[in-house]
Design a protein around this ligand. Structure first.
Ligand code: AMP
Length: 420
C-alpha cells in the first residue's frame, strides 16, 4: 500500500473544523488590522532562497526541497514565505501603488527536516509582512496580531520573547567582541557551534546543548552593545506592547543569523507543546527588499506554524467545535420516488439548505438511522398515503412534531426548517 510521504500529514474531515476555525480567526484579525491577503506560487526559482555564499541558515544549507525541472531550471518548494512575498512586492512594484503595504498569508511550506512531534516536511504557516515603514509601532503590531490570534484560539500558556538585533554596524562590532570571548573556549564548543563560529557566530546562541550553554552563560550580549538609534527603536516597541497589554519578556539570547535582520526579533512560545515550543517567530528585516533587488524599503513580519498552534489548542483543550448537523434528511419510502426525492433535494440545496438523501436504496429504517447519524434537524418523508394525497411529511427530529406540506412547496419547507 502506498502511504503518505514521511513528514507529511493528511488533514481529514474530522480535523477540518479546527483548521477552518483558525483560518477564520486569522483572516478576520488580519482584516481588522487592515492587512490584505497575498498568495504566491508554491515553487520559486532556487536563487530566491539560496542567495550568495555566507548566507548560512539551516533551511538553505540542508532543508530545502530543490529539484531540476524538465526544462533544466532549478526550482525550490517554498520553505518560508517572506522571500516570495518580497519578490512579488518588488516584481509588481507594489510600493508605487501604496507607500505602506500590509500583507498576510496562509500557505503550505516545505522543509526536509527530521520529522518529530511539531515538525513536519509539509506544514502550514500564517503570517504577515508590512513593507514600507521603519515605524516601531509596526514591530509591535506584528506581536499584537500573533498574540491576539492565539488568545482568540483560547491559548493560555503563552510567553512573548523579544530582543533587538540593532543595525549591522553595531552588530558587526559586537560579533568581534563575541568572537574574542568565545575564542579561549573554542575547543569546548560542540561541533555544530564550532562551525557556526565561522559561518554565523550569532546562531551559537540557538544551541540547546549544555556544553555550549555553560560557556554562553557569561557571554557578552548584543543588547548591551546596541547603538542609540536601535535602543530608541526598541524602547518604542516595548512601550507600544505595554500600552496594548501584551505581556513580554526580553530574551537577549534570541537571535537570527542573517544580515538583513535589523532591530526587533521576537518569538511567541507555548508551554503546551513540548520541545518544539515556538508558535511563531518574526522580526524586522530592513535590508531584505534591497538584497532581493528592490528599492531600499524596510520591512517587518512574522510567521506562525499552524500544526503547532493546533497542537497547543488540542493539548490545552481550548477549542470546541459544535457537532455537525444537517438541515433535512430526505427519506424515500418507495423506490420509484427516488427521482422525485433527488429533484427535491437539489432544489432545497439550491435554496440554501444542507440536505442529504439516500443513494444506497436502503430500507426506511436504515434511512432513519442515517438521518440520526447525520444529526438531521428535520426528516422529509417522501411516499406513502401522504404522497398519494399530494403532500410530504416533515418531521422535527428534536420535538417529534410532524406537519404536512404540499409536494412542491419548497418555500414552506425552507421557512419551517429555518424557523421563520
Ligand atoms: P521560521 O520560519 O523557521 O521562523 O518558523 C516560524 C514558525 O513556523 C515556527 O515558530 C513554527 O511554529 C513553524 N514551523 C517551522 N518549521 C516547522 C516544521 N518543520 N513543522 C511545523 N511547523 C514548523
Amino acid at each position: 500500500m502506498i502511504k503518505a510521504v514521511t513528514g507529511t500529514k493528511d488533514i481529514l474531515p474530522a480535523d477540518i473544523p479546527y483548521w477552518r476555525h483558525l483560518e477564520n480567526i486569522v483572516t478576520a484579525t488580519m482584516t481588522r488590522f487592515n492587512y490584505k491577503e497575498i498568495r504566491t506560487p508554491v515553487f520559486e526559482d532556487t536563487s530566491l532562497f539560496a542567495r550568495g555564499i555566507g548566507e548560512s541558515t539551516d533551511i538553505v544549507s540542508k532543508e530545502m526541497y530543490t529539484f531540476i525541472d524538465r526544462g533544466g531550471a532549478s526550482l525550490t518548494l517554498k520553505p518560508e514565505m517572506t522571500a516570495g512575498v518580497v519578490r512579488a512586492f518588488v516584481e509588481h512594484s507594489l510600493d508605487k501603488k501604496q507607500s505602506l503595504n500590509k500583507l498576510f498569508y496562509i500557505s503550505p511550506m516545505f522543509r526536509q527536516e527530521r520529522p518529530q512531534a511539531g515538525r513536519f516536511r509539509q506544514f502550514h504557516q500564517f503570517g504577515a509582512e508590512a513593507l514600507g515603514s521603519n515605524d516601531p509601532l509596526l514591530d509591535a503590531e506584528m506581536i499584537i496580531i500573533a498574540y491576539d490570534i492565539f488568545v482568540q484560539l483560547g491559548l493560555k500558556n503563552l510567553s512573548v520573547k523579544i530582543n533587538s538585533l540593532g543595525v549591522p554596524e553595531s552588530r558587526e562590532k559586537y560579533k568581534k567582541i563575541l568572537r574574542e570571548f568565545l575564542l579561549p573556549h573554542f575547543e569546548q564548543l560542540t561541533n555544530e557551534s564550532k562551525k557556526r563560529f565561522d559561518t554565523n557566530i550569532l546562531r551559537i546562541f540557538d544551541s540547546k546543548e549544555g556544553q555550549d550553554q555553560k560557556i554562553l552563560v557569561n557571554a557578552p550580549l548584543l543588547i548591551e552593545h546596541l547603538d542609540n538609534e536601535s535602543l530608541e527603536h526598541f524602547e518604542k516597541v516595548k512601550s507600544a506592547l505595554l500600552s496594548s497589554n501584551i505581556p513580554f519578556e526580553i530574551d537577549p539570547k534570541l537571535v537570527r543569523g542573517l544580515d538583513y535582520y535589523t532591530h526587533t526579533t521576537f518569538e511567541v512560545v507555548s508551554g503546551s507543546v513540548g520541545s518544539q515550543s515556538a508558535l511563531c517567530g518574526g522580526g524586522r528585516y530592513n535590508l531584505l527588499v534591497k538584497e532581493l533587488g528592490g528599492p531600499d524599503i524596510p520591512g517587518v513580519g512574522f510567521a506562525s506554524g499552524i500544526e503547532r498552534v493546533l497542537l497547543a489548542c488540542e493539548n490545552e483543550k481550548s477549542l470546541q467545535t459544535s457537532a455537525d448537523q444537517i438541515d433535512i434528511y430526505l427519506v424515500t419510502i418507495e423506490k420509484n420516488l427516488s427521482s422525485f426525492a433527488y429533484k427535491t433535494a437539489v432544489e432545497l440545496r439550491r435554496k440554501g439548505s444542507l440536505v442529504e438523501m439516500d443513494y444506497l436504496s436502503r430500507s426506511v429504517k436504515a434511512q432513519m438511522r442515517e438521518a440520526n447519524k447525520f444529526n438531521a434537524k428535520y426528516v422529509l418523508m417522501i411516499g406513502g398515503d401522504e404522497f398519494a394525497k399530494g403532500v410530504l411529511l416533515l418531521k422535527n427530529m428534536s420535538s417529534g412534531e410532524q406537519m404536512e406540506i404540499m409536494k412542491e412547496d419548497f418555500d414552506k419547507i425552507l421557512s419551517t426548517v429555518k424557523g421563520k
